[in-house]
Write a protein that binds this ligand. Structure first.
Ligand SMILES: [Cu+2]
Length: 180
């Protein structure tokens, strides 16, 4: 819990609109094991209308592994380019053990926590954004990657099926896409 407390000011800073200065809050967080029992189902993983959709993925990147860790965070921006509704049900990264979809929450004690949030809907009302300090992909058991490399993966959608993604390994966010 100590690490988590130390990274909290950085998260607050992010909320004020300076993502460039955000350290690897998701990775620094040491509470994954602690929270295994507190997973709560997402309210948003309800049924999705069956339809043909097409998915547009942008700003896909992954942080280099911190020294000595086999956990890192990845981010994407998902947009529907056709259709009105879909559900991101699963994420796979080649060679990784598993990927979890995580969100950040302020706990009852006022301390920022993160937990698995399950499938995430994407609609034609706006992009599904994974970004530092917010929704993110937690990548477990991947051999360490370094700045400048690329990693391949797959996003699995209920309607669109499997959509390949290439993530650039970088320590700074690439900047948000300008057009959604
Ligand atoms: Cu996480």
């Amino acid at each position: 819990m100590r690490l988590l407390l130390l990274t909290l000011p950085a998260l607050v800073l992010t909320a004020c609109g300076n993502p460039q200065s955000e350290p690897a809050a998701e990775i620094d967080h040491s509470g994954h094991g602690d929270m295994a029992g507190t997973m709560i189902g997402s309210e948003s993983d309800g049924p999705v209308a069956q339809q043909e959709t097409a998915i547009d993925i942008r700003a896909s990147w992954m942080r280099p592994h911190p020294e000595g860790r086999d956990v890192t965070a990845a981010y994407v921006v998902v947009r529907l380019s056709e259709g009105t509704e879909d559900l991101l049900t699963e994420v796979r990264i080649d060679e990784a053990e598993r990927v979890e979809i995580h969100g950040h929450f302020v706990g009852a004690d006022g301390v920022m926590q993160m937990r698995e949030i399950g499938p995430q809907p994407v609609t034609d009302e706006g992009p599904l954004v994974f970004t530092p300090g917010g929704r993110h992909l937690m990548v477990f058991g991947l051999a360490p990657v370094s700045e400048g490399e690329t990693v391949n993966g797959t996003l699995v959608f209920q309607n669109a099926g499997e959509v390949p993604v290439t993530l650039a390994v970088r320590s700074m966010p690439p900047g948000m896409p300008t057009e959604y």
